[in-house]
Design a protein around this ligand. Structure first.
Ligand code: FAD
Length: 499
């Protein structure tokens, strides 16, 4: 059977949409299958962290997204403990509070503009693969299932992933929290802070604005643990919010309510032959820390350029396997970190509660510790072992990719092909995002042998001025810079920032 696309993606959530945009931008034929006939107007995620904003910036989407939300420069953790984000390196020293549907809208517009095919009302129900490709059985509302074939498949179909299940992959883990109440309400009195959070031993409440007068409430009541199917009672929601925050802010006019539970789970392998898992399909945890969507978007950013490199014949053997070796540890760290935060927030024992507050207060006041915490929460400190990333073959690379033998330059060009956006790292200096990410000299602290994703442009780039055309070969436009690339590339391997 002839392939319908180079890559089939199942699931048009944030993960699938970013990936579709990257692949289409790189000229890869990709089709995104989405079970829902319409885009959803509901939101789950609110927090978009600095690292994700850098990834979106490299794709030309960050500025529009930032305009939809509110910037929060510090997170209130427990009581009066504050984690300052304003000293994060880069253009985004804050967490952006914006509804998930805004992120999805912008990513969908980008994917469509780049030529991705998005098929709504198409549910993946079966998966099989052979040495050359993957077949996905797709059910649409108007007829018998039809089979679509592609060279690769990515399951970005969320926590109940059909792709994961059809591949026979387990999803080990455990329940984290149940009977969490959600409601979209109006408030008579606006809270003083953009994000409001509070917890006693038996109550938790969190408020976040949509920016249009509506607020999302997330609340949890230890004294009443109900099934997900039980409706949310507004009196209970007000009472729990008062216990956790001291006031219910005059909560009224609920337009939507729901209950949910969260698990902590991670699939042991992100790759099975020609199929990959990304986002919630690969890892899930509670919303504590606001990491789920961010981690999924970063999975997609890591996988997209590797699939494109493989399909275009630039990838060295093993490049696709680095998706698992790089992203699985990050997923594990996020699942563990979010779980630890959740347990710290919900603990009812007085001593751990008191110690927790004191420890976090002390930690956030010690600059190096606070920097590490901010780096972890924002994703800025994520780094990959250098050994995990083979260098694309110079012989197979297209002629515009850089100097022969300059492995990292070739790698940079592969990424440049999927991310043509601009990055403004310092006031007055715009540089193509992928140069900033792909330059081998731009390495920063942390362990020896780690590769950094951190999007800080190399100093040399500033000296030589802006480059606005990421597709041109470096040698033609800036001979000195190209030379610098070659010299650096011949040095022993050093850590490198990558998506
Ligand atoms: C209350 C709450 C608050 C949260 N807050 C944050 C936050 O602040 N920050 C953050 O980063 N994360 C947050 N999260 C997590 C975040 O919402 C998820 O991690 C994110 O939506 C995952 O994106 P995804 O694209 O991987 O999956 P999803 O968003 O679940 O998208 C999967 C898509 O696949 C489709 N699909 C499923 N099965 C099939 C099939 N068989 N065929 C075709 N299509 C299919 C679905 O319809 C869906 O559109 C929160 C979650 C909750 C519940």
């Amino acid at each position: 059977m002839a392939p319908d696309a180079d890559v089939l993606i199942v699931g048009a959530g944030p993960t699938g949409l970013l990936l579709a945009g990257d692949l289409a931008t790189a000229g890869v034929r990709c089709t995104l299958l989405e079970r829902r006939a319409e885009r959803q107007g509901l939101t789950r995620a609110f927090a978009v962290h600095a690292r994700t904003l850098e990834e979106l910036d490299a794709r030309g989407v960050a500025a529009d997204l930032v305009r939809t939300g509110e910037r929060v420069g510090a997170l209130r953790l427990f009581g009066d403990a504050r984690l300052d984000l304003s000293r994060l390196p880069g253009r985004f020293p804050y967490v952006l509070v914006t509804p998930q549907y805004e992120t999805e809208r912008l990513l969908e517009e980008r994917a469509l503009a780049a030529g991705a095919e998005i098929v709504r009302g198409a549910e993946a129900v079966g998966v099989s693969q052979d040495a050359d490709g993957v077949d996905v059985e797709v059910r649409t509302g108007d007829g018998a299932p039809r089979t679509r074939r592609a060279a690769y498949l990515v399951g970005a179909d969320g926590v109940r992933s059909t792709v994961r299940e059809r591949l026979g992959l387990p999803f080990p883990g455990h329940a984290a929290v149940r009977s969490v109440m959600l409601a979209d309400v109006r408030l008579a009195e606006a809270p003083a802070e953009t994000l409001t959070v509070g917890a006693t031993g038996d109550a938790f409440a969190f408020l976040a604005p949509f920016g249009d007068g509506w607020y999302r409430v997330i609340a949890w009541n230890r004294r009443h643990q109900a099934a997900d199917s039980e409706p949310v009672d507004m009196d209970e929601l007000r009472e729990v919010t008062r216990r956790a925050l001291g006031t219910d802010h005059g909560m009224r006019d609920p337009r939507w309510t729901s209950r949910f539970h969260s698990d902590e789970r991670q699939v042991p392998r992100y790759r099975a032959g020609r199929a990959f898992l990304a986002g919630d399909a690969a890892h899930v945890h509670s919303p504590a820390g606001g990491q789920g969507m961010n981690t999924g978007l970063q999975d997609a950013a890591n996988l997209g350029w590797k699939l494109a490199a493989d399909l275009r014949g630039w990838a060295p053997p093993g490049l696709l396997d680095t998706y698992h070796s790089e992203r699985h540890p990050v997923g594990r760290m996020v699942v563990r970190g979010s779980g630890a935060l959740l347990r710290a927030v919900l603990t009812e024992r007085p001593l751990p509660r008191a110690l927790r507050g004191a420890a976090v207060r002390a930690a956030t006041r010690v600059p190096p510790v606070a920097r590490r915490l901010a780096g972890a929460v924002s994703g800025i400190d994520i780094a990959y072992p250098a050994r995990a990333a083979p260098t694309p073959s110079p012989a197979a690379a297209p002629p515009t990719c850089g100097s022969p033998g300059s492995g990292p330059a070739v790698r940079g060009a592969a990424r440049r092909a999927v991310r043509p956006g601009r990055r403004r790292e310092r006031p007055g200096r715009d540089v193509p995002g992928d140069q900033a990410l792909g330059r081998p000299g731009a390495l920063r602290r942390r362990r020896r042998g780690d590769q950094h994703d951190r999007a800080r442009p190399p100093r040399r780039l500033h000296r030589l001025g802006d480059r606005r055309d990421g597709a041109r070969p470096a040698r033609r436009r800036h001979p000195r810079r190209a030379g610098a690339l070659v010299r650096r590339a011949r040095r022993p391997p050093r850590p490198e920032r990558r998506p």
